[in-house]
Design a protein around this ligand. Structure first.
Ligand code: XBP
Ligand code: MG
Length: 268
């Protein structure tokens, strides 16, 4: 991909494993603080993740699982959900500030290298700008949000992933065509969003998404890899790399390298 101009990253599940150990426990603390006996277990949260957006996820849970609701919720469901979501985000920020949620393997390395090599960077996410900035501050370092030319986030578009709107928004803001960019995603909803905006996508799966359908993705990997932590190819054309799932991908410009770098992305 020699015309590569920009990398566009999803956040939750892609930059860091924020869902299981970040948003989920934060939701549970918010529920308990509100006097609710709701418990979003690791398993249940996997099912709820099919719905993107925290507010949308709470609404879906109420509809689908019919948990007990206080009178306040019956009077005004929208503001009840909003209140829970605001509290969740407060606890989420607290977990981030305690350094409980690290970046996934290879993320810092690839972002750093991309900047040095003059690739433009952007974010395309369902979560809020505040959550993105808190995550970046507490992982990449204070002020690192400025690494990203555009942070396309949250309610800035009416339709969240899997709709392509948030990628369209990012592309428009960068004045780039989809063909000049690569997307990085971890979930089927995210992949469909990028694909339907015309983007080629590198997927790094996690425990919630390894069995999702990523047909048509450029590459599906377990993570971006590090020199000391080789990635595994789950599917995709990795330039004569080893069989999927068995041996690490080899970047042509760096024989033996076991991680995604800019040379590899240019060669895709
Ligand atoms: C992930 C999501 C989000 C987060 C919570 O989106 O679905 O809903 O779970 O975010 P992405 P909010 O992977 O596209 O970043 O609670 O802030 O909505
Ligand atoms: Mg994601």
């Amino acid at each position: 991909m020699t015309n590569l101009a920009a990398l566009i990253f999803d956040v939750d599940g892609t930059l860091a494993d924020t869902e299981r150990d970040g948003h989920r426990p934060a939701f549970n603390i918010a529920f308990s603080e509100a006097g609710l006996d709701w418990d979003w277990t690791v398993d249940l949260y996997g099912k709820l993740l099919r719905v993107t957006g925290g507010k949308e996820r709470i609404r879906f849970y109420i509809k689908q699982y019919a948990p007990s609701l206080p009178a306040a919720a019956l009077n005004n469901l929208d503001s009840f959900i909003l209140g829970l979501h605001l509290a969740k985000n407060r606890y989420y920020a607290q977990l981030l500030s305690e350094g409980k949620i690290p970046l996934r393997p290879g993320v810092r390395r690839l972002l750093t290298e991309a900047r040095v090599q003059g690739l433009r960077l952007a974010i395309s996410t369902t979560t809020s700008p505040d959550n993105v900035i808190a995550l970046l501050d507490h992982t990449l370092g204070s002020g690192s949000a400025s690494w990203f030319e555009v942070i396309a986030a949250g309610d800035v578009v009416p339709a969240k992933k899997p709709a392509p709107d948030i990628y369209h928004y990012a592309l428009h803001a960068m004045k780039l065509d989809a063909a000049q960019c690569l997307a990085f995603e971890d979930s089927e909803n995210g992949f469909r969003s990028a694909r339907d905006a015309g983007l080629r996508t590198v997927v790094t799966v996690n425990e919630y998404t390894y069995d999702h359908d990523f047909s048509g993705a450029l590459l599906v990997l377990d993570h971006l890899g590090e020199p000391h932590l080789p990635l595994r190819v789950i599917s995709g054309n990795a330039h004569g790399a080893a069989a999927p799932g068995i041996l690490p991908l080899t970047a042509p410009a760096h024989p033996g390298a076991a991680y995604v770098n800019v040379d590899l992305l240019l060669s895709l």
